[in-house]
Design a protein around this ligand. Structure first.
Ligand SMILES: *Cc1c(COP(=O)(O)O)cnc(C)c1O
Length: 423
């Protein structure tokens, strides 16, 4: 929870660690990040870093990226005042950054579009991706189709079964979905397989990673491709209400929509930030996905950061009703931001997220993704206020269509967020 006493606009109550506009030469945000990968991948990662840097400052690349974000993805997404939700909850005036209106229904496309433009620029004919809920897989397959690239998506066998609509979408877009049968057969295992594929075919294949995780330069590159969210929002706040918000809230799986939303405001000391992890059945139950709130530092998928692990260092199986937050690690920059206290991190349970899902649906006519419902639920948990001068920006990272089966099932088992009874 945000400590209201400690933070005020003029005196945050603690010294902020400096904002790092980029990681250091070794690809680290403070003690986190790096490049813990098989030796055969080091040259490819170094080349990717150089390619990204030159593309990012090339006006022709920027122009093409911005053009597609506008014409293909439908950006800019709107900043919407959730008037009824605000007066119902009395936490402040809530503004939603509508990433649910982006093509394919979430912020994921901002990143896949950027990375696949890089792949095309580098002459690659094949892309691969890992996916959990299938959102990143669909966003990758979408852009691969747009550019006529071969696309293979690794997905845990259990996820293939429980995310059937997204598997169908990927196939219709011309991608191959490869079910992964190792380990817990979910996202972590799919990522292992994708890395293995990349080691074997690094010369002709571009690996499109779906969040601000993995070895350097991915966490930095993905953040750069997502920062458009906050850049748009910052301009929109100024235009629509003539000032910056007091608080920004976003859910954190790997952490890409949160960093995309926060980055443009990092230097605005009056803007507080809250990252929201999935507490699943509750932090004390052990069944959750809250790496920052309840994990310890370790190495996963090529970089160092907070992780869910057992006492002897084995990665433990995360749990959340929201497949997009169901990951045992988190991006290295979030690990740094937690230690530096520039961003506060909290967590909300499945039930709290379901209640927020219901509230937004019924009060605003917007079905949010279950991931995004976590960010909303954290707003609900803030202290109530008598005045309405507190401005809260929430990143509505995606739409809820993909979650209908999950939400209906929860409602039938006695919940829908109201009085959910787990037995
Ligand atoms: C994938 C996903 C997330 C979680 O990923 P981040 O990298 O933490 O943003 C959140 N919301 C939606 C809608 C997603 O699809």
């Amino acid at each position: 929870m945000v400590n209201e006493k400690r933070s005020s606009a003029s005196d945050p109550g603690y010294r902020l660690a400096p904002f790092l506009p980029r990681p250091d030469r070794r690809g680290r945000f403070g003690a986190y990040g790096g490049r813990y990968v098989p030796e055969t991948l080091i040259p490819a990662l170094k080349r990717l870093e150089a390619d990204f840097k030159s593309a990012w400052k090339d006006p022709a690349f920027q122009k093409e990226y911005r053009r597609l974000m506008h014409e293909f993805a439908g950006r800019p997404t709107s900043l919407y005042f959730a008037e009824r939700l605000s007066s119902h909850w009395r936490r402040g005036r809530i503004y939603l950054k509508r990433e649910d209106l982006n093509h394919t229904g979430s912020h994921k496309l901002n990143n896949t579009l950027g990375q696949i433009l890089l792949a095309v620029r580098g002459g690659k004919k094949r892309v691969i991706a890992e996916t959990g809920a299938g959102q990143h897989g669909v966003a990758t397959a979408t852009v691969a189709a747009r550019f006529g690239l071969e696309c293979d998506v690794y997905m845990g066998k259990i996820d293939v079964e429980r995310q059937a609509p997204n598997v169908a979408r990927m196939k219709l877009l011309g991608a191959r979905v490869i079910p992964v049968e190792s380990g817990a057969q979910t996202l972590k295992d799919a990522t292992n397989e994708a890395i293995r594929d990349w080691v074997a075919r690094v010369d002709d294949t571009f690996y499109v990673i779906g969040s601000v995780v993995g070895p350097h330069p991915y966490p930095f590159m993905v953040r750069q491709f997502q920062r458009v969210i906050g850049e748009e929002a910052r301009t929109q706040f100024k235009q629509q209400i003539g000032r910056l918000p007091n608080l920004l809230v976003a859910c954190v799986g790997g952490g890409s929509n949160a960093l995309g939303f926060f980055t443009a405001f990092m230097k605005d000391k009056s803007v507080r930030m809250l990252g929201v992890e999935a507490a699943g059945c509750g932090l004390h139950s052990g069944k959750h996905a809250a790496s920052l709130s309840a994990g310890r530092v370790g190495i996963l998928h090529g970089s160092a950061g907070y992780l869910l692990q057992s006492n002897d260092g084995q990665i433990t199986v995360p749990q959340s009703i929201s497949a997009g937050l169901d990951y045992p690690g988190v991006g290295p920059e979030h690990s740094y931001l937690k230690d530096s206290r520039r961003v506060t991190y909290t967590s909300v349970t499945d039930d709290e997220a379901l209640a927020a899902f219901t509230a937004l649906s019924e009060l605003e006519g917007i079905l949010p993704a279950l991931e995004s419902a976590h960010a909303l639920a954290a707003v609900r948990k803030l202290p109530a206020r008598r005045t309405t001068n507190q401005i809260i920006g929430v990143c509505l990272s995606g739409r809820g269509d993909k979650d209908l089966a999950t939400v209906m099932e929860a409602a039938e088992s006695g919940g829908g967020g109201k009085s959910r009874n787990k037995s």
